[in-house]
Design a protein around this ligand. Structure first.
Ligand code: ZN
Length: 254
């Protein structure tokens, strides 16, 4: 079983890289309302269409040293970085859950989180066009795949969203409704492990907020730190280590 999953994870790698490449397109185009399919990939500076051999995930960026082949304009390191993160996380999902319907659902979940985190970092939004369909797919998928845990998916979704909603109402400047809706998705995907995801996400965001204020003084308070990427980070921790961490936590106190 263990060996099988390693084999599956290696097999999944090229697909995971291709998904990462598509997530770059989503992150670059969806917030601007552009088509995801047309036109094909092109240089942002000279508009030159990018040939397939210059569009291979990670490798092309390295081969061209992060520049357009035609005009030499810099291509951000964030493109290969996102592809590498997508490849690592999606392969890790296959390694953990095998070639199963559950793994497919979690791969969709993780891929969407990567796109959402990238968009939130750049635009400070979590688009409804991704979050709402994602919630539908994840919640329905979990109910179909693990119907005996339907109460858990539902309670975790409402609990996580309610927790952030309370925050958003108390500090309207600090958080958006996008974060509340994303918490709904996290709960439906992770069940009770969402507790781990929320703790990791909120603590990590808080630490960065403290670091920003320490560096920039009181002006740092005005620097908005988007919560979405931290919730995504927490969700990954919750997905891979949530049950174990919850066991440690409850074991320590009982
Ligand atoms: Zn160019």
């Amino acid at each position: 079983m263990e060996t099988m999953n390693w084999f599956a994870a290696v097999l999944a790698l090229p697909f995971a890289l291709a998904i990462g490449s598509f997530l770059n397109v989503v992150a670059a185009r969806l917030p601007r309302g552009e088509s995801l399919t047309r036109p094909g990939s092109h240089c942002m500076s000279c508009e030159q269409a990018i040939a397939w051999y210059d569009n291979v995930p990670i490798l092309s960026w390295l081969a061209l040293r992060g520049r357009c082949r035609r005009c030499g304009a810099a291509v951000s390191w964030r493109y290969p970085a996102l592809e590498a993160i997508a490849a690592a996380l999606i392969s890790a999902v296959v390694l953990r859950f095998g070639f199963t319907p559950q793994a497919a659902l979690y791969a969709v979940f993780v891929a969407a989180l990567i796109a959402l985190a990238a968009i939130d970092i750049e635009y400070h939004i979590l688009p409804n066009r991704i979050v709402l369909p994602l919630f539908g797919v994840v919640y329905a998928g979990q109910i179909v795949l693990q119907p005996d845990r339907v109460l858990e998916w539902t309670l975790a979704a409402l609990g996580a969203a309610g927790f952030l909603l309370a925050f958003a109402l108390a500090y309207p400047a600090g958080m958006g409704m996008g974060d509340v809706k994303l918490a709904l998705v996290l709960g439906a995907a992770l069940g009770f492990s969402v507790v781990v995801a929320m703790m990791v996400g909120v603590v990590a965001a808080g630490l960065l907020g403290v670091a920003v204020i320490a560096r920039h003084g009181s002006a740092g308070r005005k620097v908005a730190v988007p919560l979405g990427p931290f919730l995504a980070l927490g969700a990954v921790v919750g997905l891979f280590a949530g049950p174990e961490l919850l066991d440690v936590y409850t074991g320590t106190w009982s």
